[in-house]
Design a protein around this ligand. Structure first.
Ligand code: SF4
Ligand code: SF4
Length: 444
């Protein structure tokens, strides 16, 4: 123990001298805040699962420091522990020293991306998803049309029933595929939706990438809720993927070029706010500053953009609901999205909106602030850990006896829907905007 403490102390006082340089590595000024107190440990899902210091926030920060100082090789062990992190940022909320852990782990992943050669198939898959697919809406659309056929023509049923997916080791991952919409949201890019009644605000909606082929109904519900409450909603053409998945995976050049496009599109219009219904995207959109060095034009633009960028629940809870809501006499429980709670520090807003629906009973789930295992692409890359966390989550969700689970992020929705199916809880999983929309729909 004494040795460990001594080496931790040495690790914190030295300046980096590993030869790594540039903006895409963990910054000394960021990791030097960690005093290694360990107060974050019991908030960390991977530490709670395995009880290993190397898979705790403190342990990961220590490895980041040692790599930066050239005292630990940037090799398989480091990559494994950094990959196994959910980037859920629960440790950030728990930390009394204000360590911005999300910034650190994403920079460590960028460092890995530049200086470590992953196995061939991993490189192939990462290049395909982050470089050749997500930045291109047309390619997402083509892939989505193929997936739609797979899901709706009986092929999915055959693949599952025949054991073919199990043979390929894809059975668990396949259950987490998003259901593809019949019609996509792309047709709404460039459209303006007028406010119902007097206009109280003019807002832009961020539509995302995968959300446009699998969450069109959520976007439409969001627009109905906003317009019913006096917002004129513009869905700016030219916007693109926020780059969150690429940034979380350390593929920062791609995240940066996507950020440049979005900054130009959303700063080019006269909006009171830019809104998203996806907490994972919102957290990255608000943190575009992290992608660009201070003093650059892009950093300044990102700073301006951050002032406008809001999660839709955060915006509406402040703005105030003016539309009449009819009663929804149901019991619901709310699952915090990590990137809304820990990334954006928004806890009360979604709960306040839910409580504003007459007749709705909100019951708190134990450990609602604990990751469901979705974590961007974590459920695909670390499927077994993700399913273990999901199993815990569904135990707590079931214990509430609420037939409906509400959340504020599409990734969490998919994960919890898969959880309800796998664990047979029979619970419906919806977004806060969908419930608000239901209360409105009864009005019409
Ligand atoms: S990240 Fe914060 S809470 Fe965790 S060990 Fe470091 S200083 Fe302590
Ligand atoms: S981000 Fe989440 S999984 Fe990663 S170290 Fe922090 S609490 Fe643990």
């Amino acid at each position: 123990m004494a040795d460990r403490v001594a080496s931790v102390e040495q690790a914190t006082v030295r300046e980096p001298h590993s030869g790594f340089s540039g903006v895409d590595i963990p910054a000394y000024d960021d990791y030097a805040h960690c005093v290694h107190c360990g107060l974050c440990l019991n908030h960390c899902p991977t530490y709670k699962l395995w009880g290993l210091e190397a898979d705790s926030p403190r342990g990961r920060i220590r490895q980041i420091i040692l790599v930066d100082q050239g005292r630990l090789p940037l090799g398989d062990s480091f990559v494994k522990h950094i990959d196994q992190c959910l980037d859920c940022r629960a440790c950030e909320t728990a930390c009394p020293s204000g360590v911005e852990y999300g910034k650190l782990v994403e920079a460590a992943r960028a460092q890995i991306n530049q200086h470590y050669e992953r196995p061939f198939f991993s490189r192939l898959a990462r290049n395909f998803v982050f470089r050749d697919l997500l930045p291109y809406p047309r390619r997402i659309e083509i892939l989505a049309r193929l997936l739609y056929l797979y899901q709706r023509t009986g092929l999915q049923w055959i693949a599952r029933a025949s054991g073919f997916l199990r043979l390929l080791g894809l059975a668990d991952r396949e259950k987490l595929l998003p259901p593809i919409d019949k019609t996509f949201f792309y047709a709404n890019l460039g459209r303006t939706f007028p406010a119902a009644g007097p206009r109280r605000a003019r807002v832009a909606l961020f539509a995302g990438c995968v959300a446009q082929v699998s969450f069109s109904a959520l976007h439409e519900a969001t627009i109905r809720v906003l317009t019913a409450n006096g917002c004129e909603v513009i869905v700016p053409a030219g916007q693109t993927c926020c780059g969150a998945l690429a940034a979380h995976a350390g593929v920062r050049d791609v995240a940066r070029s996507l950020a440049r496009v979005n900054l130009d599109v959303f700063l080019g219009g006269d909006f009171d706010a830019v809104l998203t219904n996806a907490a994972g995207c919102g957290s990255t959109l608000k943190e575009y500053e992290h992608l660009f060095p201070a003093g650059t034009t892009e950093h300044d633009k990102a700073h301006e953009f951050r002032k406008k960028m809001r999660d839709v629940t955060e915006f509406l809870a402040d703005f105030g609901l003016t539309a009449h809501l009819t009663a929804l006499p149901i019991r619901v429980t709310y699952q915090d999205s990590c990137h809304l709670l820990h990334g954006q520090k928004v806890r009360e807003a979604p709960r306040k909106l839910l409580r504003s629906i007459p007749g709705l009973e909100l019951v708190e789930m134990a450990m609602a602030d604990y990751c469901c295992g979705s974590a961007g692409s974590y459920n695909v890359t670390e499927t077994q850990t993700s399913l273990a966390l999901l199993s815990e989550k569904m135990k707590h969700a079931r214990a509430t006896n609420a037939p409906v689970i509400v959340t504020a992020n599409p990734g969490c929705l998919l994960q919890m829907r898969a959880g309800a199916e796998i664990h047979g809880t029979g619970q419906e999983v919806v977004h806060v905007m969908e419930l608000l929309d239901r209360a409105l729909v009864k009005n019409r």
